[in-house]
Design a protein around this ligand. Structure first.
Ligand code: SF4
Length: 746
């Protein structure tokens, strides 16, 4: 079985000498670099500033180190000891693929295709899309990926209310956008200089920049107004803004009358969220709440961003993400340039067809929904079918990023492995994620991944992570320098870009497309997979009538859509059952939810659990992006570690003083579930009652195997926060922020 046809090898070789455009290997955001290559080795890598997406974040300078790092995985490994014991045997790719495919086939025969779960991490290239394609052809609806701690809840809310995502063009348009609210996100990290420049340019051109964040983030530093919110009170703030805008009659009356259903129900739902009450709940002065609500409503076009910080709040996520959608709608900001322009799949890429979601919906072997669908029907087969029905007139193929609909809730995955409830998951294929660090309740993740019920666990990654240590097979993946890249592979955004590999894969690293293709070919999917990743890209680009190689060889290797048009709904209506904006969503009701979700507090909070709060008297947010790491990754890079060497708990100086803690002291961060060690960092911009704990920490320099597992229990905040299904969002997303804690000197 060929992994590269001679033609592709030939083509790649041409791209391996001299100065080449390519993509940064580090985090999979696909930023463009120029690499100077000699004898197949990258000698110098710098940002390609001729590209609209240059590699200019603080990590980018580490591209060469990342590519050549001695700890990278380079060969397929098979476990020979117990899971986690650190005993491996190097095997051939053929052996690995044959054995894995044989076990998957057996599990499918004995338990159905749904017994196979895929786990994906933050985007490392086209492999994510190949994974979903494989799952769809195989017949498993159990696919879980970064969406469960990224955007799933927010996108599902938008689809429920107005049928299309409007959060993507959230960078303000300089000279056009009047109000830009960055809520729960901090675009300069990890977006780098480009995002910072966009914000500064817009502000200079007159955009009012408003940031809602418990921390004085990099974005907050650039803002006109910073609302320092209590973590987890975001839903109350959204309902508070709505209360002001509705009661003062400053919503877009014409738009609401003509295009919105459910306005009276919304008015009723937010009526108690008056500014004084919301001030009490959010710890934001009432005048500021009123000022921002008025400014946003009166200064169009206005834009409210998407943000991780608002989807990781457990059940407090619900009113937050729906509240943001209602705000965009009733102020008439939908589908406005500089406002909330609605997303559209471009005609030049047949992404939706190639991902095969229709195959999954009608798969002859699939008899069950995913394991989380009983509790979170919006994120499973029934949910996807219902969305497709609602969108059928306007968007018969469904939205581009449909993977947000078919994303198993992590809590349900662990129950299906440990308790075999509602049915057993027997195999897990992990691609580029470290769930032991990235997801809530790491102890439960550990219990699942070491359970004897789990018959097969495969990991494909760049590094031996704590999760990989618990696998049966570990496979080495290529990075962005070693493989071709087609931008836009998540199916949203309407531009795409192409980059050839700049060097040949080192050692036995292979691109993850080939994992799925090879497993597919061994499991009855013959004829469905082009031989090469480049060949698949050609297929995706067929409507553009340009090949991948042609696109990649252009000076500007990008495809852009037609210039955007505004208010397309005036001709077509919205992609909902009624064709209107459904403030009270009939889709949600069909799935068994209320039309408007109530505003709730997180599972543990000063308001919901006041007795517990006496014992754990600080509100904790966690896991804000660091400029030096992308999520749980890159802890192996010395230069990054020198800048951010270990996990820090940021705490107000007065609070620290009252606890006898000084800057730099080792501290225990304690929750009702246990404690981890971090190091105090004093920060007088935080509210004295709030702590920010670094998330996603492990120490790759420590002993890699059991019981230490690269220090995964030492500072990992996710090991002391729950994944309780009763406190999850309506979509089952990870609940990583908005908890309570206490801090004591270690
Ligand atoms: S590390 Fe990631 S965000 Fe930074 S330049 Fe590289 S790909 Fe882009």
């Amino acid at each position: 079985m060929l992994f590269e046809t001679p033609e592709v090898l030939e083509k790649n070789t041409k791209h391996q000498e001299g100065s080449q455009k390519g993509t940064c290997p580090i985090c999979g955001m696909g930023c463009f670099v120029e690499a100077k290559v000699e004898n197949g080795i990258p000698i110098r890598i710098k940002a390609d500033h001729s590209s609209p997406h240059p590699a200019d974040c603080p990590r980018a300078g580490q591209a060469k180190t990342y590519h050549n790092h001695p700890d990278r995985l380079n060969h397929p490994l098979k476990r020979v000891g117990k899971r986690g014991e650190g005993k491996w045997q190097q095997i051939s790719w053929e052996q690995a693929l044959d054995e894995i495919a044989a076990q998957l086939g057996q599990i499918r025969d004995n338990h159905g295709p749904e017994a196979v779960q895929t786990l994906g991490g933050s985007f490392k290239g086209p492999g994510d899309a190949a994974c979903w394609r494989w799952g769809n052809l195989f017949g498993t609806p159990n696919m879980m990926h970064q969406g469960k701690n990224c955007g799933s809840a927010e996108f599902l809310a938008e689809w429920s209310v107005y049928g299309t995502i409007g959060v993507l063009g959230y960078n303000p348009v300089a000279g056009v956008t009047k109000t830009a609210i960055f809520w729960g996100g901090n675009p300069p990290v990890p977006g780098g200089i480009a995002a910072e420049k966009a914000i500064k340019a817009a502000r200079k051109a007159g955009t009012k920049i408003i940031v809602i964040d418990p921390r004085r983030s990099e974005a907050a530093e650039l803002a006109d107004i910073w609302l320092r919110i209590r973590p987890g009170a975001d839903g109350a703030l959204a309902y508070g803004f709505l209360n002001v805008i509705i009661n003062e009659g400053i919503y877009d009356k014409e738009f609401v009358e003509k295009w919105c259903l459910g306005f009276d129900e919304l008015k009723e739902a937010v009526k108690d969220y008056t500014p004084p009450r919301v001030a009490e709940l959010t710890w934001i002065p009432a005048e500021q709440i009123v000022e921002v609500a008025r400014y946003y409503a009166n200064n169009k076009p206005g834009n409210i961003s998407f943000g991780l910080g608002t989807v990781e709040l457990g059940n407090a996520t619900n009113a937050t993400v729906f509240g943001k959608a209602y705000l965009r709608a009733i102020t008439g900001n939908l589908d406005l340039i500089g406002g909330q322009l609605l997303d559209d799949m471009p005609e030049f890429i047949q992404y939706r067809q190639e991902l095969k979601w229709d195959t999954l919906l009608n798969h002859p072997l699939r008899t069950r929904d995913n394991v989380g669908a009983n509790r979170w029907p919006v994120a499973g087969v029934r949910g996807m079918k219902t969305f497709r029905e609602a969108m059928s007139k306007l968007n018969p193929l469904g939205p581009g990023p449909a993977f947000y609909m078919m994303c198993t809730a992590p809590s349900a995955v662990w129950s299906a492995i440990i308790d075999q409830d509602p049915y057993p998951i027997k195999a897990v294929i992990t691609q580029g994620t470290n769930s032991m660090v990235a997801l809530a309740n790491s102890r439960r993740v550990y219990q699942a991944l070491t359970s004897p019920n789990l018959e097969l666990h495969v990991v494909m990654d760049h590094w031996m992570t704590p999760q990989a240590q618990l696998a049966d097979y570990v496979l080495p993946a290529t990075d962005g320098l070693e493989r071709a890249n087609l931008g836009g592979m998540w199916g949203f955004g309407n531009v795409t870009s192409a980059a050839m590999p700049t060097v040949k894969p080192q050692f036995e690293r292979r691109d993850d497309y080939q994992l799925w293709r090879e497993l597919g070919n061994r499991l009855g999917q013959q004829g469905q997979w082009p031989d090469t990743l480049e060949g698949w890209f050609d297929k995706l680009l067929e409507p553009s009538k340009i090949t991948f190689a042609e696109l990649a060889s252009r000076d500007m290797p990008w495809l852009f859509p037609e210039p955007p048009q505004e208010k397309r709904y005036e001709k077509t209506g919205f992609a909902t059952f009624s064709g209107k904006v459904e403030l009270s969503s009939s889709l949600m009701q069909k799935l068994g939810y209320p039309g408007i979700l109530p505003c709730e507090e997180p599972g543990w909070s000063p308001v919901r659990t006041p007795e517990l709060f006496k014992e754990f008297p600080l509100v904790m947010t966690a896991g804000a992006s660091s400029p030096f790491y992308y999520r749980s990754q890159h802890k192996q890079l010395d230069k990054m570690r020198r800048q951010h060497p270990k996990a820090f708990a940021s705490i107000h100086p007065e609070t620290a003083a009252s606890l006898g803690i000084q800057d730099g002291d080792a501290v225990w961060v304690e929750t009702p579930m246990g404690r981890v060690r971090q190091w105090a960092k004093l920060n007088d911009t935080l509210h004295p009652g709030v702590v920010h704990a670094d998330g996603l920490w492990w120490y790759p320099e420590q002993e890699a195997y059991e019981p230490n597992l690269s220090g995964v229990w030492e500072s990992n905040i996710n090991s002391i926060i729950p994944d309780d299904k009763d406190f999850a969002s309506f979509a089952g997303d990870n609940h990583l922020r908005a908890h309570i804690c206490r801090i004591v000197r270690a």
